[in-house]
Design a protein around this ligand. Structure first.
Ligand code: GTP
Ligand code: MG
Length: 395
């Protein structure tokens, strides 16, 4: 699964990306620091089933810290988006195409109001404007794709009485949009029966609806550690009830993860606290840094970075985490206990799970067993979050 990190320049996208991946992308206090997209591996946090089953797991990917399992997801940090980027302004719309495969977008906004939508340093900017502008850019990007061949295929659909939703989904094929999503978007409005009669406004309206369905967005109210950011965040929550908005400090999360990596402290991403390994060896700067991080967590509970990733995958997209296992045997053939966790889209069935693991499992599926209850499950059974499933397949 891929998640895109988007926003205007200088809002803290790369800092968020680094905090989530420890990848070391360039960050700086001016716009357009990121020119080419950065791709890295972040993790979502899942309540592991190891504790419940009384075993110590050995993840093949990611890790497990005291029952908190960290499951990899791909993150994409792109260049800052400025107003009219869809027409080529700023660094243009090239990187919008980089976001084609992203299942969801995390929109990083400088909540302190000290950076405007062009990435310039200002005072008293209303970060709600950044939300509106970004929505518009992404919508117009979608509208542009739609408009490109609209005249041609709308006429053909009219003449041949073809299926409009099929034609539209073809235009968006490279963007991971499926026909069902197109149909859902079409149902939202009373569009003219005759596609050649759609106005430009209707095309944009439709593109907006399609984007809302197919590229869901979560907002990170970043730089929450800066004075005035909390008040702006509260206002954004009121103004945009349709969005999940997470207050965050990417900078503090990055400092915590780096300090944890270097052994200065023990910190599990997403936790409301950390323990300092040894205070005696700290220099004055480190001591002050640790105090700042402690004060921050005391006030805000978490830095928001882990929470944003988790909410994007599990709340916004409704994904579930499913563990392959066996009744009476949670080990793979190499002796690894609960080595894998799979992230599956909502409404995934047992058969979808089988195909996700390997097409052979899907093709030769016989039955499945819920490892917790030992009940047999048919291929159409819908899976739930944290299910542990044994697959039985033929040769
Ligand atoms: N106080 C504070 N500063 C932050 C936070 N996150 C990022 N910054 C600072 O904001 C500035 C911009 O951060 P970047 O991560 O480079 O921003 P970006 O959105 O990737 O910028 P472009 O690549 O230019 O679009 C840097 O000086 C960061 O240190 C935060 O949570 N709190
Ligand atoms: Mg950047």
């Amino acid at each position: 699964m891929q998640i895109g990190i988007v926003g205007a320049p200088n809002q803290g996208k790369s800092t968020f990306f680094n905090a989530a991946t420890l990848a070391g992308a360039e960050t700086a206090d001016y716009p357009f620091t990121t020119v080419k997209s950065n791709q890295g591996v972040g993790h979502v946090r899942v309540e592991c089933v190891c504790k419940e089953f009384g075993v110590q797991c050995n993840p093949r990917h990611g890790w497990c810290a005291d029952g908190k399992r960290f499951v990899p997801v791909t993150l994409l940090d792109v260049a800052g988006l400025v107003p009219d980027a869809h027409t080529g302004r700023g660094l243009g719309n090239q990187f919008l195409n980089d976001l084609s495969q992203a299942a969801a977008l995390i929109h990083v906004v400088d909540a302190s109001g000290k950076t405007n939508e062009s990435g310039e340093k200002v005072e008293g900017y209303d970060p709600s404007n950044a939300i509106r502008f970004l929505e518009r850019e992404v919508d117009l990007w979608y509208a542009g794709i739609l408009e490109k061949n609209w005249d041609k295929f709308s006429r053909r659909v009219k003449m041949e009485k073809g299926d409009l939703s099929e034609q539209i989904s073809r235009q968006f094929a490279g963007l991971g949009v499926n026909q069902l999503q197109v149909i859902e978007a079409m149902e939202a409005y009373d569009f003219p029966e005759d596609p050649t009669a759609w106005s430009k406004e209707q095309l944009i309206e439709f593109a907006t609806r399609l984007r809302e369905i197919a590229k869901r967005m979560l907002i990170v109210a970043n730089k929450i550690d800066v004075e005035g950011a909390w008040e702006n965040y509260k206002r954004m929550v009121k103004e945009f009830p349709q969005y999940i908005i997470i207050p965050a400090s990417s900078e503090i999360e990055l400092a915590l993860r780096r300090a944890s990596k270097s052994g200065l402290l023990e910190y599990t991403p997403g936790d409301p606290e950390f323990t300092v390994s040894s205070t005696s060896s700290l220099n004055e700067k480190q001591r002050r840094g640790i105090e700042l991080m402690q004060e921050f967590l005391k006030k805000y509970k978490t830095t928001g970075v882990q929470e944003a990733l988790d909410k994007a995958v599990f709340d916004l997209l409704g994904y579930i985490a499913v563990f392959p296992g066996g009744v009476g045997r949670l080990m793979d053939s190499e002796g690894r206990v609960l080595p894998d966790v799979f992230l599956l889209p909502p409404n995934s069935t047992v058969l979808d799970f089988a195909y996700t693991i390997h097409s052979d499992f899907g093709n030769n599926f016989i039955t499945a067993i819920d490892v917790r209850t030992k009940m047999k499950l048919g291929k159409d059974h819908k899976l739930r979050n944290r299910d542990v499933i044994e697959l039985v397949s033929g040769k």
